[in-house]
Design a protein around this ligand. Sequence first.
Ligand code: SER
Length: 312
Amino acid sequence: MKKRILIIGASGQIGTELTAYLRKRYGKHKVIASDIVEGDPAMLKEGPFEILDAMDYDAVQDVVIRHEITDVYLMAAMLSATAEKFPMKAWNLNMNSLFNVLNLARDKKIEKIFWPSSIAVFGPTTPRTDTPQRTVMEPSTVYGISKQTGERWCEYYHKRFGVDVRSIRYPGLISYTTPPGGGTTDYAVDIFYKALKHKKYVCFLNAETTLPMMYMPDAIEATVGIMEAPDASVKIRSAYNLAAFSFNPEEIAATIKKHIPEFTISYAPDFRQAIADSWPQTIDDSDARTDWGWKHSYSLEQMTEDMLKNLR
Ligand code: SER
């Protein structure tokens, strides 16, 4: 069977760039973008787009059958900060959408699934530096609980039903095409917009909050990299640790200041501080590097330069 891809959540921060990348790689008409809302007009013009509610099993199945889909990238989710405001809504969206695609794969209606996990699977009792692949996982956020549970179900469906599901634990993702929504790491995107526009930024995390981060082109490489890896090399079917670099608000501000000397940052931590404090600072991703050859390209400096160049 020929590869035909469905992206669910194609209008989001990752989905927008993933759609563009996959359309370039496999051909515009082999990649069906879908979301509950219409996104980037360029995406709509470029190839097929479906309005789709990831929680509606019949609707997802209908799109899968109509477009003869083989691979699904399920990028729809409610992120950490918003999920704390709407716990049940977040749980229902994050879990039901996953069960819908897992069950389609179990019933042989699709062949392969990508589902994103997150550093949020870790919690305050996890070792915070060089966080190992296998360690204490007691997430304290609704989002983290949904991602950890999702990981367990992915592994279960792989072992029990042979479902080919692949996942990585994304760190905070920084990009300029589509803004993120409702995450704790979003400050690291917002800071660039404010630095260019107002030359100052009030950060909702304190100066010392170090978190693992990654530039979007690397995240896209990792996503497609694990999906294209030979089956046998994907040895972990929960989700792989993944890392590029880590920084705190003070450090990213200093890096931006090299390009915009007048830029200043101040701090007004809110409820997101506690979320960030429960997550790792640095991640050991050696399993991903060994098993399927993951490597990152961008450093904090290179990312900063590229972000500013593109946003200008
Ligand atoms: N970046 C996400 C968030 O902050 C974590 O996966 O919610």
